[in-house]
Design a protein around this ligand. Structure first.
Ligand code: SF4
Ligand code: SF4
Length: 597
């Protein structure tokens, strides 16, 4: 691959997409999830690469494995918790190995910017016995894709490429190379190889031997891997680090000696021992788990690490400086942090989810929740979500609660799940609910997009990532086909009707599905023609706060404003935010919410 000398400012995710294009990737699959989503969104803009949104990460990896078994260089991308979903195929893929190079991008989210946990996916590399690369900036993010594919093919293994939110979403300058789009395309073919690809016990036992031998060779390779780099400066302290932590450490300790690891699993033991011999004290700086530190200690080397560096959340130069003040080589300069006004999260003004959550909150039922924008309905004033564990868990929660509660739980348990999350992992538990005769009420919030990650296509939208029209999953027909007799659709903007249907379905002694159907208001064409911006007629407002209970960000409360009763306290509508959905108007018994004159 030759360098073009053309430079471009790219985010880590854009760089990973570019790296896949340059390295001859032919197939890419993913389920959208922050901070990984933009990888496929960028990859689709390059010619000659089949890209798909799969219904979930397990499927994304399985279709990717099919492509790599057929000899295609393949990239599969997901957020860190997505790897939990894909772990089943991943662990045995480590046994079968690959044909075309396979890179699995895991985008970790230290600090939980948009996730339900901050697991450190470096542990997956050790657990699944596959190598892992950990880029520190966009240039490395791009270059490591090609390196990962080369290592994959050299060692017959999938390779994990770990990004973190700061690498995925920060921009830096990247040197572009000429793409190699032909070398690998010629290798696509169907090859039967049952001893390698059919993991029955007799074959898998033999493949486990292959995996252990591969690990031995990979450990030797790590010692000579060109991205594991020693920088010898002041030898009082030697810092072992990788990924974004290297950037933070370098900013605070520019004169220290470094062993910067491009490959964080397996570790280069000889190189670490050599580095240790050159410095007086070892220090490991890494985000989240003591992943490197524990392995260095297991080598019998003394090192400092998590007794100083926080195990929780992201690091940054300030945190590195303050947690390691005893090691400081120079006075660290505290970063000037601008004071930002607090901005609590909330569903958008006019969000269709608000109607169904209002109905559920009025019913005072236990609502098993799921992952999506709608999880924000747990906040006051709606407070209509009572659990949130992982993608697709809500229906199973409702079934379990309903079963142990028996008759006492009748009419008291509901689940909510968005359309994309339903396709991801809600269908199987819905089959369970029907098969095992649960009487919970399941609300599927069909807003015809994967809203939380920025409106990606899904099996309910009728479009593929490649831009083709396709079959749209018919959710009512699907529910009926698995034995659910009661399937109702509601327009969530019709507050009265939505409440009636929720009450009726909670009352029945059998499983029922309510589909709250209306597109996300951020989608083009979602706003209804008849909607006009509303305002509050303060002469009529009594200050009853009924409209406030919707939790719409366009409605505020003015405690000093004089209401129609001559008392203090009235609601106000921000006309810049209101989209005229009329939900609040339907709740006002005093006709105080009117079209802007
Ligand atoms: S529901 Fe109507 S009367 Fe009550 S606070 Fe809102 S605008 Fe005022
Ligand atoms: S009509 Fe009411 S609920 Fe709808 S966006 Fe405007 S203020 Fe919010």
């Amino acid at each position: 691959m030759s360098v073009t000398h053309r430079k471009q400012l790219l985010s880590g995710n854009e760089a990973i997409a570019r790296g896949a294009y340059e390295a001859g990737v032919l197939f890419a699959s993913a389920y959208p999830g922050t901070p990984s989503t933009e990888i496929l969104e960028n990859l689709i803009s390059y010619d000659g690469i089949y890209c798909e949104w799969s219904p979930n990460e397990k499927v994304a990896l399985e279709v990717g494995v099919g492509a790599c078994y057929a000899g295609a260089r393949t990239l599969v991308a997901m957020k860190h918790v997505g790897v939990n979903v894909a772990a089943d195929p991943l662990f045995t893929l480590s046994y079968t190995g690959i044909r075309g190079g396979m890179v699995l991008v895991t985008a970790d989210d230290p600090e939980l910017h948009s996730s339900q946990n901050e697991q450190d996916n470096r542990n997956y590399a050790k657990f699944a016995k596959v190598p892992m690369l950990d880029p520190a900036d966009s240039q490395e993010a791009k270059d490591y894709v090609a390196l990962a594919l080369d290592i994959s093919e050299q060692f017959d293994t999938p390779v994990l490429l770990r990004s973190t939110t700061r690498v995925s979403h920060s921009q830096s300058s990247v040197s572009l190379s000429e793409p190699d789009r032909t070398t690998h395309a010629g290798k696509v073919s169907i090859v039967k190889d049952p001893p390698k690809l059919v993991m029955l016990p007799a074959n898998a036992r033999k493949r486990h031997v292959v995996v252990e031998e591969r690990m031995k060779r990979l450990r030797e390779f790590a010692d000579t891997f060109r991205e594991n780099v020693m920088e010898i400066n002041d030898t009082d302290i030697g810092i072992i680090t990788a990924g974004i932590s290297y950037q933070y450490a370098k900013e605070i300790f520019p004169n220290a000696s470094y062993l910067k690891l491009g490959m964080v699993y397996p570790l280069p033991e000889k190189l670490i021992r050599e580095f240790s011999g050159k410095v007086k004290r070892l220090l490991v700086i890494e985000e989240l788990d003591p992943f490197i530190e524990e392995q260095v200690r297991a080598m019998g080397l003394e090192t400092s690490g998590k007794e100083n560096v926080p195990i929780l959340g992201e690091l940054n130069p300030d945190i590195v400086a303050s947690s390691l003040s005893g090691y400081v080589f120079k006075e660290s300069v505290p970063m000037e942090k601008p004071e930002l006004p607090p901005r609590p999260p909330n569903m958008c003004p006019g969000c269709p989810h608000r109607g169904i959550f209002y109905a559920l909150s009025k019913s005072k039922v236990f609502v098993a929740g799921d992952i999506g924008c709608y999880t924000l309905a747990f906040l006051p004033p709606l407070q209509a979500i009572d659990t949130c564990l992982c993608m697709g868990a809500s229906i199973g929660h409702a079934v379990g609660i309903d079963k142990v509660m028996g008759k006492e739980g009748q009419g008291k348990v509901a689940a909510v799940i968005g359309d994309s999350t339903f396709f991801h992992s809600g269908i199987t538990p819905l089959i369970d609910a029907a098969y095992n005769k649960s009487s919970a009420t399941i609300c599927i919030l069909d807003n015809r997009t994967t809203a939380m990650t920025g409106a990606q296509q899904n099996p309910g939208t009728g479009k593929t990532l490649m831009g083709e029209d396709t079959h749209r999953v018919d959710i009512p027909a699907l529910a009926k086909s698995i034995g659910i007799n009661r399937v109702r659709k509601v327009d969530p903007y019709d507050i009265q009707k939505t409440r009636e249907i929720v009450t009726e379905e909670l009352d029945v002694d059998e499983i029922s599905v309510i589909i709250s159907e209306s597109p996300c208001v951020l989608l083009k064409g979602a706003r209804r023609k008849e909607w006009e911006v509303l305002s509050v007629d303060h002469d009529k407002c009594t200050g009853c706060k009924a409209c406030i209970m919707l939790g719409c960000p366009a409605i505020g409360w003015d405690p000093e404003g004089i209401n129609g009763k001559g008392k203090k306290g009235r609601s106000v509508i921000d006309e810049m935010l209101c989209i005229g959905c009329t939900m609040c108007q339907q709740l006002c018994k005093f006709d105080a919410i009117v079209k802007v004159p």
